[in-house]
Design a protein around this ligand. Structure first.
Ligand SMILES: C[S@@+](CC[C@H](N)C(=O)[O-])C[C@H]1O[C@@H](n2cnc3c(N)ncnc32)[C@H](O)[C@@H]1O
Length: 426
């Protein structure tokens, strides 16, 4: 599993950050070299091929919207390049740490035929550096604004041979396959590209299931795809045929949001009332160090509870109605009129290191708040006892029509084109 994990110190998971820097005094070459050094230091760059690509491609030329050169080269920051009418990002240049992790996971070699789903130009140029002129890079995007500028930036920076294709990636790449590697750079709920992958090829996919997203590297083995290195990440969601609608309850005018993938329709008015009503509180006795990963808790909860969902608080809207353990992707149980979520309280602070230790708690709101909080408590305690020390479940992807083995402990997520099988080790 990759290095970045939910971090209690700032409560922010591995989501690409949007930068707000404004001034630059550094040269792009110097900033590029610093970025490569940082990516190597944190283990996101592990091979000379990926290092050389990052050292060569001028990232700032693909991110003119970045408020400064420093912002364009910030290892953790995403540069948003397009927003929809609601102000939500629909296209961006992804953060360097995530691009490096995905390129390393794809294990690209010279001459590879590669598909990038979701364009922008920068990542395609990095791929092109690695696969060389004897390789093929096809980059597909659904938005003509994105493909026009990607093709222009690529031509201007010396990568005119990258094939930029306008279309819905659901089918638009079919005529260009097979590929040795497929890198999906948009959040997808399903994976319709398995048939385009050559035997032994690798497909890196930020796949959404039960509201969670993990970037998983799938290696083709016949008709199944063995999943490796699930990594917590966040991407703009796919549009077009592959778009997936979750249930979303925006409470208190959008200050607090609950999401759940499926289940009975949420009663927004009842949940809104629940938010401001009485709260139940349970403390679990389960503790965690600041900065310690606990992302397998959500995976465990999706295995055993169909009411698993997520909560977050709008950081720009001060309110003390909720206090989730994580800023993003904080586990919750969500029913039509009741919800319960994970919170934390500090139980110890080391005087020398300044590091804290925290206890998990559950807050419940709504008619069945005490019951739902107890249900959540049982999940935290089972996870702590049985699963916390294990690296997490294994993932395998199958075509939608395959007969898949029923996992002893696990879950099958059925999608339109594929089935994701999650299995906890015996
Ligand atoms: C995060 S951006 C891609 C980043 C880019 N690869 C880079 O160089 O950093 C995601 C892109 O996916 C595109 N997209 C969304 N749904 C799509 C679909 N169904 N088919 C193709 N592209 C899609 C969006 O228009 C957006 O430009």
């Amino acid at each position: 599993m990759f290095a970045l994990q939910p971090n209690l110190s700032d409560g922010e998971a591995n989501v690409e950050r949007v930068t707000t820097d404004t001034v630059s005094s550094e040269s792009p070459d110097r900033l590029r070299a610093d970025m490569v050094a940082q990516l190597k230091d944190r283990g996101s760059i592990r091979s000379p091929e990926v290092a050389n690509a990052f050292a060569k491609v001028p990232r700032e030329r693909f991110a003119p919207e970045a408020p400064s050169l420093e912002a364009a080269y910030s290892v953790f920051d995403v540069v948003v390049t397009k927003r929809n009418a609601d102000g939500k990002a629909t296209s961006s240049v992804s953060a360097p740490w995530l691009q490096a992790e995905m390129l390393e996971a794809a294990r690209l070699t010279r001459g590879d035929r590669t598909l990038e789903v979701g364009s922008g130009g920068y990542n395609a140029a990095l791929i092109s550096e690695i696969v060389g002129p004897e390789g093929l890079v096809v980059s597909v995007d659904i938005d003509p604004f994105v493909t026009e500028r990607a093709a222009r930036f690529l031509a201007e920076t010396g990568y005119p041979h990258v094939k930029v294709v306008l279309g819905d990636a659901e089918h638009a790449a079919d005529e260009h396959g097979p590929f040795n590697a497929i890198i999906v750079t948009v959040g997808v709920w399903d994976c319709p590209w398995g048939h385009l992958l050559a035997p032994g090829g690798r497909m890196v996919v930020p796949l959404r299931f039960a509201g969670l997203t993990r970037s998983i590297t799938f290696v083709r083995d016949g008709d199944r795809f063995v999943g490796l290195e699930p990594t917590v990440c966040g991407f703009v969601p796919a549009q077009g045929a592959g778009a997936h609608q979750e249930q979303v309850a925006a409470l208190d005018g959008g200050a607090v949001t609950l999401t759940i993938d499926t289940g009975p329709a949420l009663d927004i008015a009842a949940l809104d009332q629940a938010l401001t009503g009485d709260r139940s509180e349970v403390w679990t006795g389960v503790t965690v160090n600041g900065g310690e990963a606990f992302d397998t808790l959500g995976l465990w909860m999706t295995t055993v509870d169909d009411t698993f969902g997520l909560i977050w608080r709008d950081p720009d809207r001060a309110n003390d109605l909720v206090n989730p353990a994580l800023r993003w992707f904080c586990p919750a149980l969500v029913t039509p009129d009741t919800f319960a979520y994970l919170t934390l309280r500090e139980v110890h602070r080391d005087k020398e290191t300044g590091k804290g230790r925290y206890e998990f708690g559950i807050y419940g709101h709504g008619r069945r708040r005490a019951e739902l909080a107890q249900q959540f408590l049982a999940h935290v305690q089972t996870w702590d006892r049985d699963w916390r020390q294990c690296p997490g479940p294994d993932f395998t992807l199958y075509p939608a029509d395959a007969v898949v083995p029923a996992p002893a402990i696990g879950r099958v997520f059925r999608k339109r084109h594929s089935q994701l099988v999650m299995v906890w080790p015996d």
